[in-house]
Design a protein around this ligand. Structure first.
Ligand SMILES: Nc1ncnc2c1ncn2[C@@H]1O[C@H](COP(=O)(O)OP(=O)(O)O)[C@@H](O)[C@H]1O
Ligand SMILES: [Mg+2]
Length: 272
């Protein structure tokens, strides 16, 4: 089966200087890849390269990125608009600042949906958003849709950001530290909601975190990066439990609360 996403020997430079080098991984539908590494190791750069949002100073200078078998490094602007949003969507560390501060949440969701579905009625967009919010336990979705971003908590803004991305029904969701700014309890809740949506929509996901506990709780595969280079890559089980790599082991040892539930085969706790 052709993987949904295949990154082959990718090198990304800012102003000609490499930030990540020779990165390769692949992802099939519904799978979650966790990318873990210290701050500045190049995690966001990998995600931005896939999203085509490296900015003026950044450029993919080597390797290829295949999405559904098609090389997407040089897609034209028109195809790009179709690809990003409806096929590949992104959620940010701070969704509140990604929203427009002076427009209500509902209006912004409506706008984001009509970019891909021109004829969508406002009422239908609100109904869809409300239904998804309700499904993940946001009972007060009407209030949320009628609020400005500053009227909602950080956790609530993240939930809305995640819902907005999922409403576009992307095949691939890029999540760059989506819960790092949240309290531990809210973080757990938001991660649970992401799992629920991932199941519901069969979305593949790249989850970036400096927190290996979060990665352990969510990912099927793990890529460990250090100074822009891959130091470890494999199934979560291989990387998190059976790695010979000294750096990975060191990352694991820095998470004292991480333990495996023998019955469930899942990670149950993480520190922040
Ligand atoms: N726009 C940019 N211009 C120049 N250098 C950048 C830019 N963005 C990131 N970098 C550099 O690239 C490296 C990787 O950064 P980043 O991908 O943001 O790491 P992470 O997300 O793991 O914290 C860092 O050395 C950072 O300083
Ligand atoms: Mg980053």
């Amino acid at each position: 089966m052709e993987p949904l996403l295949r990154v082959e020997h990718m090198t990304v430079c800012y102003n000609g200087k490499p930030a990540v080098e020779d990165i390769s991984f692949e992802l099939v539908q519904g799978q979650t890849l966790g990318i873990v590494g210290e701050s500045g190791s190049g995690k966001s750069t990998i995600v931005k390269a896939i999203m085509g949002s490296l900015g003026n100073s950044g450029e993919v200078t080597g390797g290829d990125i295949y999405y559904k078998g098609q090389n997407i490094i040089d897609v034209r602007p028109k195809e790009q608009r179709k690809l990003y949003g409806s096929e590949i969507a992104m959620i940010f560390q701070d969704c509140r600042s990604a929203f427009c501060p002076i427009r209500k949440i509902g209006a912004q969701i409506y706008e984001s949906l009509t970019e891909h579905e021109k004829k969508l009625k406002k009422r239908e967009a609100y109904a869809r958003a409300g239904a998804l919010m309700k499904k993940i336990g946001m009972v007060d979705y009407e209030r949320v849709l009628n609020s400005y971003p500053f009227e909602l908590s950080g956790g609530m803004n993240q939930r809305v950001g995640i819902c907005t991305a999922m409403l576009l029904n992307p095949s691939l969701l890029l999540a760059d530290e989506p819960t790092s700014a949240l309290d531990v309890t809210v973080q757990k809740q938001v991660l649970e909601e992401m799992k629920l949506m991932r199941r519901e929509f069969q979305t593949a996901m790249i989850l970036v975190s400096h927190n290996i506990g979060v990665i352990g709780a969510m990912a099927d595969k793990v890529l460990v990066i250090k100074n822009g280079k891959a130091v470890d890559y494999g199934s979560s089980d291989e990387v998190l439990h059976h790695s010979d790599n000294a750096y990975t082991k060191c990352l694991m040892e820095s998470v004292p609360h991480l333990r495996r539930e023998p019955d469930l085969g899942q990670w149950r706790e993480w520190n922040v």
